[in-house]
Design a protein around this ligand. Structure first.
Ligand code: NAP
Ligand code: ZN
Ligand code: ZN
Length: 348
């Protein structure tokens, strides 16, 4: 008889997260069961728990920045054994047969199964995420975590890390390029670290004057308060690439005006409202507006190994699970340095 998995769930869009328990499946031949040690808190967890994108099924157990220890493996699993460190990010399954899956771009598979709030063929309900004591995942979607990576500080790499690493790699960011990162939260602080590690000249755009010293420490060469009109104007038409990580509605024309000819602004922030921009912002100087969602499994492993090689981790505040509702409120006030990570021992 499989033991109950303890968790925290949002019972509805309007109620705080509260204790919940459910049963995970026993590992199938290709599954890995992981006892979760830490789980990062992504702003997508808030959007989903509060149904800001609509389509949330309740109860909702968020969490897709999962690190832990392998507790059991199915008979076909060769890559992992009991006791290994392992991680799970935003996806737990996909069709494995389509063009996207064959190209190691599972995030674009039309049948991708997200780690939480996706239809779960095994239970008939929805998938439950990492605000829980364990998870059972097909081995293809389980990542290796090298021993030199600090576990707590690595959990957010599984979403905040790959979501910023992937577009910076895709748009070939490197030396000689001027890159802007908008917003210094979970995603933004990793965007600054990666853009710096890839050799770019990095500018942080922030609404929070108190974050300047940290941004410098993460590798920003220039810090601009987005409310400072003169400072924004002075940097007009100078950027090759801008990564917009903002979680709320904001003025996109302001940032498009900073791109030089043929520059690209890539949106990863997912505020619920439609994006409204002036066509002049794009047409003048042939600028591009693009989007990106997490990254494929192979690229996530590449990112984790890059972080282990280069000593890159996230700046985190470790919390107990019963602090989660307060953590959400603090994230909504942009008061996070720079990712909350739940110590899952506090759930047991
Ligand atoms: P976060 O830690 O809460 O950081 C968001 C940051 O945005 C804040 O710290 C703040 O930075 C800035 N900000 C907030 N409200 C703002 C406003 N009204 N105007 C201007 N700036 C504002 O959030 P996160 O976890 O990094 O996630 C950011 C967004 O990315 C969320 O919408 C999330 O759902 C989305 N996301 C997308 C993907 C993807 O694959 N595309 C993956 C993960 C997350 P400053 O204080 O520096 O201004
Ligand atoms: Zn996320
Ligand atoms: Zn597919």
């Amino acid at each position: 008889m499989t033991a109950k998995t303890k968790a925290y769930a949002a019972p509805s869009a309007k109620s705080p997260l509260a204790p919940f328990s459910f049963t995970r499946r026993d590992p199938l031949p290709d599954d890995v069961k992981i006892n979760i040690l830490f789980c990062g808190v992504c702003h997508s967890d808030i959007h989903t728990a509060r149904d800001e994108w609509s389509g949330t099924t309740y109860p909702c157990v968020p969490g897709h920045e999962i690190v832990g220890q392998v507790a059991a493996v199915g008979r076909n699993v060769k890559k992992f054994k009991d006791g290994d460190l392992a991680a799970v990010g935003c996806m737990v399954d996909s069709c494995r047969e389509c063009h996207a899956c064959h190209g190691n771009l599972e995030q674009f598979c039309s049948d991708v199964v997200w780690t939480y709030n996706s239809p779960d063929e095994h239970t008939g309900g929805v998938t439950y995420g990492g605000y829980s004591t364990n998870v059972v995942v097909n081995q293809h979607f389980v990542l290796r975590v090298r021993k030199e990576l600090d576990l707590v500080a690595s959990a957010p790499l599984l979403c905040a890390g790959i979501t910023t690493y992937s577009p910076l790699r895709h748009w070939k960011i490197g030396q000689g390029q001027k890159v802007g990162i908008v917003g210094l939260g979970g995603l933004g602080h990793m965007g600054v670290k990666f853009a710096n590690a890839f050799g770019a000249e990095v500018t942080l755009f922030t609404t929070s004057p108190g974050k300047a010293a940290d941004a410098k420490r993460f590798g920003a060469h220039d810090i601009v308060l987005s409310k400072d009109e003169d400072a924004m104007k002075a940097r007009g038409s100078t950027f090759d690439f801008i990564l917009d990580t903002v979680s709320a509605k904001h003025d996109r024309d302001l940032y498009l005006s900073l791109l030089k000819r043929d520059g690209t602004m890539t949106v990863v922030g997912l505020a619920g409202e439609p994006i409204s921009i002036s066509p002049f912002s794009l047409v003048r100087l042939r600028r591009r507006l693009a989007g990106s969602v997490v990254g494929g499994i192979a690229e996530t492993q590449e990112m984790l190994d890059f972080c282990a090689d280069r000593g890159i981790t996230c700046d985190v505040e470790k919390i107990k699970i019963d602090y989660i509702n307060e953590a959400y409120e603090r994230m909504l006030r942009s008061d996070v340095k720079y990712r909350f990570v739940i110590d899952i021992a506090s759930l047991k």
